[in-house]
Design a protein around this ligand. Sequence first.
Ligand code: G3P
Length: 217
Amino acid sequence: MKFFVDTAEIDAIAELNDLGMVDGVTTNPSLIKKSGRDIIEVTKEICDLVAGPVSAEVTAVDADTMIAEGRKLLEIAENITVKVPLTWDGLKACKTLSDDGHKVNVTLCFSANQALLAAKAGATFISPFIGRLDDINLDGMELIEDIRTIYDNFGFETEILAASIRSVNHILDSARIGADVITAPPAVIKAMVNHPLTDKGLDAFLADIKAADIKIL
Ligand code: G3P
């Protein structure tokens, strides 16, 4: 399973990247706003840092402008993936850009039918938003399962990029179901290391190290 980091914060990406945890990065207009940076500048910095795909999202809602924006974003670096919304115009932009050989991430996916359309339009990645479905009492993981089944039924190569991940359990469930990629905020990825028994066990070891004055260096 690939790990993408869902942020435009350079320091957070760098920390995880140094540990080999970053297979790619996803950004969106809200994350760019949060960074307080210019979209082109910050995206270039991320692309210089990370070898894998970096999703940069268009701002337009009509296909022609999405395509023009996508082409401008693609000039930033070789590892740009153009992110378009799951609308009819977004699918048109996806088809054009993917036919031209570019990677496209179709975002804001909330149904398996939408995911089916994105695959037909040549999406490299489909981004189902788990957390936002959970927010309205629907089951985000069920959507990931449905898309996995449908894509496997027909051999679609579009990768399932589980997004809007809010908890470590979202990551675990996505891994169990077989999502190809998760994209999560850095804090959620780092939280995967936590276990109270690890802390408790380490405390006991530290007490014994002190009591027995165990030294290695
Ligand atoms: O990758 C999509 C993600 O940024 C949306 O997450 O938490 O705003 O629903 P969230």
